[in-house]
Design a protein around this ligand. Structure first.
Ligand code: 6R9
Length: 650
């Protein structure tokens, strides 16, 4: 950890929306009287019926519920589109930058409004209605945003599935939420690669049909023009259907607590869970955090490089920026295509002023040296953000010094799919910056540190990170499994929300996230449950047992290390190793690709048969001289064999 502190760049501070004193005063007010604070914040939105009830929350296990603005009525797209038409109708809402540097498009608020209404009418014409779950499996093209907003327009609940997921993973998510309507594209483009989305979607539909959950409609957007199989009873081309619909589609009145979206995310056990977010509280939270975290001003061009398949894309590409009437950039491609200057070329081309990306991208670009950065101007940039994992101080300094030339503050935003938006963050202009620290709580957020027994730790300390009270953007439940919601987040430290993260607080009260303390690994800023990768491995014919852990990886943050016990008679060779890797990619998708596979005749287990992951983690980290207590192992020799054949010797 770094002990350097950087002051806010002075030119930035002079123009910042918030001063240090305003942060302190507002934060204190938000904690002292949440009802008053969040009641006031509701006025950010246009309501069809303004809420009179503000907060209705119980984190008591016997009656756990989270409700905000529960008697308010609104529509998210009325807030993201219609209300801007008068003053910002001709302002650019979305800038789309294609995979190829030759391809880009813009949509003004007026144009976006029309596109979304037409998209919504196509959905309605094909049977979609309020409350339906709609799966979106799309590349990063404007239609991905249109699709999300069209769902919100008609009151349908979207479930966006990242385009890198396999047919199996897609099918699992379709089946889990009984989704009978899927929106996809013929293919996606990423760098020089084509992603066969429609092929994958067809395969997922077959799997869903076998599970007696048939998909009735597949709405397909033409992106590359590739030839795709067609089921005339089920499939609809968007570009055909959109010809015959009207430009008007009235926004559906929604209760503040009606679901807006489900987003599947990995946990420490079992299959991914459907994190459910609702309408009013989420939008207040998305809009307030987006404005404050990015010091948003009317003329900013804002770019978040995430994919809409992740929560960052939901809150900080689509809902936050559009609720605020901002110009938001969507990028289809990858940071290194055609070359490692691409991010900064895009910043120059569209005069981006606020840029938000992940530490893994920064590290990958840092490896290419300063040349590709310095070949560009970047003079439009005034603020840089990061999200997804802890940023190492070296990457922070490079981002600050080389990319931002010391004039841009770095906002390191800690949050989760479950939290809906930024929770711990150095609000720009209000605090000096410590590289690697997400710093201080956002308005309304009361973090605390606890030890394993649940005792609160005060002052400078290290422990598990909990949040003591609700905020409007909090997830409401796990879709279809409220017990799992209660168990996962509220049973470890009753009465508090458990984040699953470890954290240190320094003597200045700054928070330093140290990473997950559960069986979740963070690969390139994406969450992977070790249990999911294990179950994919075990589904291979040659595998008897598998245990998966994370290990430090220079670019990805964490890599995936798999210990595999094969069935008797199998050849534990490189051919099988690569077959296992392919198998996992097929089962889950490329993001779950194991980096290292070690064949292990036995796994270290307690006498009761529990795998001792602590030991496996140490060996994977190549730090096996301090394995800790191994006295409870049923077969201590296993460990010597694992060490002898370890795959990471870095
Ligand atoms: C938004 C998002 C959540 C997990 C979270 C934590 C890690 C995210 C971080 C960070 C340190 C940051 N994380 N931001 N760790 N500093 N600025 O990433 O959501 O995909 O649900 O991941 O990511 O471990 O618990 P999600």
């Amino acid at each position: 950890m770094s002990d350097i502190t950087h002051p806010v760049p002075s030119k930035f501070a002079a123009l910042a929306n918030l001063s240090p004193a305003q942060y302190k005063e507002t934060y204190a007010r938000s904690i002292a009287d949440p009802e008053a604070f969040w009641g006031e914040q509701a006025k950010r939105l246009n309501w069809m019926t303004a809420p009179t009830q503000i907060k209705d929350v119980s984190w008591d296990k016997s009656d756990l519920h989270v409700r905000w603005y529960a008697d308010g009525i609104l529509n998210v797209t009325e807030n993201c589109l219609d209300r801007h038409l008068k003053t910002r109708g001709d302002k650019v809402a979305i800038i789309w930058e294609g995979d190829s540097p030759e391809e880009s498009k813009t949509f003004t608020y007026r144009e976006l409004h029309r596109e979304v209404c037409r998209f919504a009418n196509v959905m309605k014409a094909n049977g979609a209605k309020k409350g339906d779950r709609i799966t979106i499996y799309m590349p990063m093209i404007p239609e991905a945003a249109f699709a999300m907003l069209a769902c919100a327009r008609i009151g349908a609940v979207h479930s966006v599935v990242f385009g890198g997921f396999s047919p199996d993973a897609l099918a699992g998510r379709i089946v889990d939420c009984d989704s009978t309507f899927v929106i996809t594209a013929d293919e996606g483009l990423r760098g020089t690669k084509r992603v066969p989305l429609k092929v994958n979607c067809d395969a997922a539909c077959d799997i869903a049909a076998k599970a007696a959950k048939p998909v009735k409609t597949v709405l397909c957007v033409r992106r590359t023009g590739a030839d795709v199989d067609w089921d005339a009873d089920r499939d609809v081309w968007l570009d055909d259907a959109v010809q015959t619909v009207s430009d008007d589609c009235a926004p559906e009145p929604m209760n503040a607590e009606d679901p807006l979206f489900i987003l599947y995310t990995s946990g420490s056990t079992g299959q991914p869970k459907g994190v459910l977010h609702t309408t009013g509280g989420y939008l207040v939270w998305a809009s307030l955090t987006h404005e404050a975290v990015f010091d948003l001003k009317e003329d900013d061009v804002y770019w978040c490089s995430a994919d809409v398949g992740w929560v960052t894309g939901h809150t900080y590409i689509v809902y936050g920026p559009l609720a605020n009437g901002a110009t938001t950039l969507m990028f289809e491609g990858v940071p290194t295509y055609p070359d490692a200057s691409r991010f900064w070329q895009v910043c120059d081309k569209h005069q981006v002023s606020l840029f938000y990306t992940a530490p893994t991208a920064i590290r990958a670009l840092m490896r290419e040296g300063d040349g590709p950065v310095k070949a560009t101007s970047r003079s439009s940039l005034r603020l840089l953000g990061t999200v997804g994992e802890p940023i190492n101080p070296e990457a922070w300094e490079w981002y600050f010094n080389v990319v931002g030339e010391t004039r841009c503050p770095i906002v390191d935003t800690w949050w989760q799919t479950e939290t809906g938006g930024a929770m711990i963050v150095p609000l720009p202009g209000t605090t000096p910056m410590k590289p690697g620290s997400a710093s201080l709580p956002f308005f309304g957020i009361e973090p605390a540190l606890v030890d394993a027994e649940g005792n609160e730790l005060f002052g400078a300390a290290e422990g598990n990170l909990i949040i003591k009270d609700s905020w409007p953007g909090q997830m409401r439940t796990v879709y279809g499994d409220h017990d799992r919601f209660v168990q996962t987040y509220f049973s470890t430290y009753p009465g508090n929300y458990f984040t699953g993260d470890g954290c240190r607080r320094d003597e200045d009260g700054f928070y330093w996230i140290t990473g997950r303390v559960d069986d979740v690994i963070n690969v390139s800023g994406h969450r992977m449950g070790t249990a999911e990768v294990e179950s994919a491995l075990v589904s291979h014919d040659a595998v008897a047992e598998a245990a998966v852990v994370g290990y430090p990886h220079d670019i990805k943050g964490q890599g995936i290390y798999a210990y595999v016990t094969t069935i008797p008679g199998s050849a534990d060779d490189d051919a099988l190793r690569s077959d296992l890797i392919k198998h996992v990619r097929r089962e889950i998708g490329p993001i779950a690709t194991p980096d290292l596979v070690q064949f292990a005749p036995g796994l270290p287990k307690t006498r009761s048969g529990k795998i001792m992951r602590r030991i496996l983690r140490k060996i994977a980290e190549n730090s096996f001289d301090a394995l800790g207590d191994t006295s409870t192992l049923s077969d201590p020799e296993v460990v010597d064999d694992l060490i002898a054949k370890r795959m990471n010797r870095a």
